[in-house]
Design a protein around this ligand. Structure first.
Ligand code: GLV
Ligand code: MG
Length: 345
């Protein structure tokens, strides 16, 4: 988008009725975005029972769905969406990538058929603002044709080196932008990282404590503690900054080792602490982990409320439990309180 053109100027919904301004759409919790394959009848049958147990149900049409099943997945999603009352749970979909032969049919089928139920469309392998502009304009045309009065939002997956380099312009490319997720598997391949897994850490990516020195000489034989590092810290931090700058939400992404619930929880918690609001769930047991991790603890919220009460008009400094609190610590506390209120609403 050119410097003189604001995101608002770019968004010109085709006039049919009065589309709701995006700023009026209330923020809704999305701690876990639970992926399901709509072409899998066993998985599809479980969806109605999952309503209300998870913030977001996402019908996946992209990777992990076999090429032969693309049409069945799209049709399956339409069928599930039509017959399910999603109540408080949001319905999202991940469409095929923009360089695939399936994506045009994904959009032209889903928007007229279930556009009134779809909250967010996740776009994979986004490279730059141009990809978001394309989806934005196509959605505006399809929404107008279908007579929809609620815009469908866009969520981009950050999973190419070029996408990471363009992360700020992606976040600001349309007022439809709801958020971004990290796509560690595709990103690792695109960057030529030497991993073979879906998200999470790697035992080889570590730092070692300096060896003890005896008489000025390093004792290389002595046992040295090692610490595994977070492969994704840089990208998550960059994504969080770009999202915060544009007032949209950052998410971790997939954690493929379903059995390793401890490492999964650690990865999710790191993302939460860095500023992410949620993550993906690839298995029902990851929903509980995400819901726990991405909700502020009762103790943290109680402390945050105490700081807010002690800070009165919000200026100056107070001592609480031996710690200095001021305007900036109050702002952090209000983030926690706001999130707790949003989740309780
Ligand atoms: C998700 O799509 C990923 O590539 O990690
Ligand atoms: Mg991917």
């Amino acid at each position: 988008m050119s410097g003189s053109q604001s995101a608002k100027d770019f968004f010109r919904p085709l006039a049919v009725g009065a589309p709701m301004p995006l700023t009026d759409i209330p923020a809704r919790p999305s701690r876990a975005i639970h992926f399901f394959d709509p072409s899998n009848p066993k998985m599809a049958a479980k969806i109605p029972d999952m309503v209300g147990t998870v913030d977001v149900l996402l019908g996946n049409l992209e990777d992990a769905v076999k090429a032969d099943n693309k049409v069945a997945a799209r049709e399956g999603l339409v069928e599930i969406a039509k017959k399910t009352d999603f109540g408080p749970t949001q319905l999202w979909t991940r469409i095929n990538s923009l360089d695939s032969p399936w994506v045009l049919d994904d959009l032209t089928t889903l928007v007229p058929a279930i556009g009134d139920k779809l909250d967010v469309i996740m776009v994979p392998k986004v490279q730059g603002a141009e990809d978001i502009h394309y989806v934005d304009r196509l959605l505006a045309q399809l929404e107008a044709k279908a007579g929809l009065d609620r815009p469908i939002l866009i969520h981009a997956i950050l999973e190419t080196a070029r996408g990471v380099a363009n992360v700020e312009e992606i976040c600001g490319a349309s007022p439809r932008m709801q958020g971004l997720s990290l796509g560690p598997a595709d990103l690792a391949a695109d960057r030529r990282m030497k991993t073979t897994r879906v998200g999470g850490g790697h035992p080889g990516y570590l730092v070692r404590q300096d060896p003890p020195r005896e008489g000025g000489v390093a004792n290389l034989e002595a046992q040295r503690a090692t610490y595994q590092q977070d492969l994704w810290h840089y990208t998550i931090a960059r994504m969080v900054d770009a999202c915060a700058m544009h007032g949209i939400y950052a998410y971790y992404g997939p954690f493929g080792d379903i059995a390793d619930v401890v490492a999964c929880e650690d990865q999710f918690r790191n993302a939460f602490l860095l500023g992410c609001v949620g993550t993906w769930s690839l298995h029902p047991k990851q929903i509980a982990i995400a819901n726990r991790v991405f909700s502020p603890s009762v103790e943290d919220v109680a402390h945050a409320r105490r700081v807010a009460a002690a800070m009165g008009d919000g200026t100056g400094a107070v001592m609480l439990d031996g710690k200095m609190e001021d305007d900036a610590s109050l702002k952090q506390c209000l983030v926690m309180v706001e999130l707790a209120e949003q989740l309780a609403a």
